[in-house]
Write a protein that binds this ligand. Structure first.
Ligand code: CMX
Length: 426
């Protein structure tokens, strides 16, 4: 039975050969063009990145290495890591050994806790997460090996070591942040006998009725793990790592992007918005009240958090997976009922605006309601869980980029004057 490193060592030469041949034979073929609108419009739709860990189909949503995300909802996060990295699901024996390997990697250096404890008490938990990653940077194995002098062909090996350490440690760090930031008492140590999701749920110290919180955390870690490479957190991670900065620097950069309200912070914004709704109407509002509130938000020039997407054009299957979980385990919860009712109201309204390209819910629309149900009411923490899940994807993408021997990212910018001349504008 192969370890993940052996598995990759077996596959990478073939991947390199395939890509080398593709670039040699088709290097000058055009796969995308760039319009003036795209240059000013966040490069939306420009095909200029390669990501083999996952793909987002506008109609079907996230597909990980050929598997629609809905098919992976019952898998362990560790199985999904294996899939992201190798392109295959592990055999049961490979899975069990890998779960054990990842558990052994959960050791968080003491300096992380000391630094987090020294931060201002009202620091945002995402700032704490990003800082924790930077604190671990000094022990990067890739950095050490690079300083000693290693061949470019071998960069992926030490990047993999860092990537697996990062993925394994971040849930421990995140649980520690939760306990510290919200004064929940001492940290609960990791239990190496548990898988990543169950261990994280346990370290939070929240009630876990019938094992439901641990099921939710596994689901959470799987659903947010990757979303191809053009989103802000993945692209930021990719760009920083392309300078051969180690994974801790790169992931921290990605998390700083995830902390934006148009990206990962939207799950916190959803709960904030729902709280306002609840306060205004008391209990679960009627459809009419929800319509009024949605229009009021739009007319105030604000976005409806949890709705819309730069790539998707249908209900996000990750939202559907959370909705199904909620229907099964917390159908009577008021916040969950509001989320479900908003889904019946908001898309029609966003369509009426005539400008929103994707009027449907994204992953952030439903995730917070479930966390709230299980007692995690500190909604400014929610993006942290998104972040530790996203470590799985962005760290895997970094390993693959190094396996592909990708160079430093450096697109060309142009000036407005240049564009005017180019298109013959006055
Ligand atoms: N509510 C109100 N207006 C919205 C909207 C929403 N949920 N989604 C898009 N729009 C507006 C845009 O602001 C834009 O308006 P202007 O032309 O006045 O600037 C217009 O519709 C067109 O935007 P778009 O092409 O449909 O969407 P973008 O690709 O530019 O942006 C996104 C995508 C996600 C930033 C946007 O839909 C949004 O702000 N959604 C709310 C925040 C959110 O849920 N973010 C989480 C996304 C998932 C994630 O990354 O975690």
């Amino acid at each position: 039975m192969a370890t993940i490193r052996e598995k990759l060592a077996e596959k990478i030469p073939q991947w390199r050969e395939d890509i080398g041949k593709l670039v040699k034979e088709h290097g000058n073929d055009v796969i995308s063009e760039v319009t003036v609108q795209q240059a000013y419009g966040g490069m939306r739709g420009v095909r200029c990145l390669v990501c083999d860990t996952s793909y987002v189909d506008p109609e079907k949503g996230l597909i990980i290495r050929g598997h629609p995300i809905s098919e992976l909802a019952d898998r362990l996060p560790e199985e999904v890591i294996w899939l992201l990295l190798t392109g295959e699901l592990p055999t049961p024996a490979e899975r069990d050994a890998f779960v054990e390997e990842m558990a052994q990697r959960r050791k968080v250096p003491d300096g992380v806790w000391k630094t987090l404890e020294a931060m201002p008490e009202d620091s945002h938990p995402m700032t704490m997460l990003s800082v924790a990653s930077l604190v671990m940077e000094k022990d990067s194995i890739f950095k050490k090996k690079y300083d000693e002098g290693i061949r470019k062909e071998d960069h992926w090996i030490w990047t993999l070591e860092d990537a697996l350490d990062l993925m394994a440690r971040m849930p421990v760090v995140a649980a520690g942040i939760y306990r510290l930031r919200y004064k929940k008492g001492p940290r609960i140590p990791s239990d190496p006998k548990l898988d990543m999701g169950a261990d994280y749920a346990r370290m939070l110290g929240l009630p876990n009725p019938n094992g439901e919180l641990e099921k939710l955390m596994r689901l959470y870690l799987v659903l947010h793990c990757d979303h191809e490479s053009g989103n802000v957190s993945a692209f930021a991670t990719h760009t920083v790592a392309s300078a051969l900065s180690n994974i801790y620097y790169a992931y921290s950069a990605g998390m700083n992007g995830l902390a934006g309200p148009l990206h990962g912070l939207a799950n916190q914004e959803v709960l904030k918005w729902i709280q306002k709704l609840r306060e205004r109407f008391g209990g679960v509002p009627t459809h009419e009240q929800l319509r009024d509130f949605t229009w009021e938000t739009l007319n105030a020039g604000q976005v409806i958090p949890g709705y819309g997407h730069a790539v998707l054009r249908q209900t996000d299957p990750r939202f559907t997976a959370f909705l199904e979980f909620g229907k099964k385990y917390c159908a009577n919860d008021e916040i969950f009922q509001i989320v479900a009712r908003l889904y019946e109201v908001v898309p029609d309204i966003l369509k009426q605006t005539g400008k929103v390209k994707d009027p449907y819910p994204n992953v952030d629309a439903g995730s917070g309601a479930l966390l709230w149900h299980y007692g995690m009411t500190e909604y400014d923490y929610y993006t942290v869980i998104f972040g530790i899940s996203r470590a799985l994807g962005v760290a895997s993408q970094t390993v693959i980029s190094r396996a592909y021997l990708e160079p430093i990212t450096r697109p060309k910018s142009v000036t407005t004057e240049w564009i005017k001349q180019q298109v013959g504008a006055a």
